[in-house]
Design a protein around this ligand. Sequence first.
Ligand code: NAP
Length: 278
Amino acid sequence: MELISGKEISGQIYEEIKERLAKIEGDKPNLVVILVGDDPASQVYVGMKEKKTKELGMRGQVFRLPAETTQEELHEKIQELNADPDVNGILLQLPLPKHLDAKKAIEHISPDKDVDGLHYVNVGKLHLGEDCFIPCTPYGIIQMLERKGVEIEGKHAVVIGRSNLVGKPIARLLEQRNATVSICHSRTKNLEKFTLDADILVVAVGRPQVIKANQVKEGAVVIDVGINRVDGKLVGDVDFNSVKEKASMITPVPGGVGPMTICMLMYNTVRAYDIQRN
Ligand code: NAP
């Protein structure tokens, strides 16, 4: 079994980003994060993004808006950032407080600055196989597979989970690379029928260690997207200790897909800068 380390692969991509940044004279790419309210997990994620932009020598700004911000006020802030040529990427940290509609707010972000790839223009382009901002987690998974030399074409890829954030886009990206893709979800009957046939198994369910060794084909490549906290410890959606005995390659949690997500956000921001400047 070979470990697919997100730390290692994101490290390679950060080096490439630094090389690109070194060639930029003057102001570096600028990522703006909007954080509404005081959700503790979101504060941590935003802090990580701020730290990473600084480490890379990019510019990063966080707009912290109060929890009682109205939908209109949020849209106004987004529009102000859309119009600011000094802002290259805009990320709206989710989840938003309950009274706010995230979908509506995301629709207000300019597709050219939508570095999270969640605006329907980017979602539609991804669906059509056109150049676009690809959501960071699925993009990171594709980077892991490609940089590890995993053959995708002609393979049976099984994705468990159909969220807009992970399941749907990763299924599309795998299909575009000529995998035969099955998408499973909570209503799938006889899940094992699919998982046991998977050459590439992507698990994005959000339930701790639900996928066990007896559900995995010998030699499969297993990508565990899940992040669950159990007894103060982070675990994935895959039972790593048993599944690693069967998989040919597997991502750990932590240190697998997680580090790739923030890495691809930085990558998308530099790309946004390049597109806007040229
Ligand atoms: P989500 O929106 O809750 O979607 C979960 C999906 O799993 C749904 O499609 C659901 O089916 C399906 N599902 C639930 N229980 C199932 C079961 N028993 N069998 C088969 N399918 C089942 O979650 P998400 O946003 O995609 O995230 C999934 C996991 O990835 C979470 O642990 C999240 O924290 C993690 N995550 C990690 C990163 C990272 O950077 N590493 C980024 C994003 C998310 P239905 O559609 O039928 O309800």
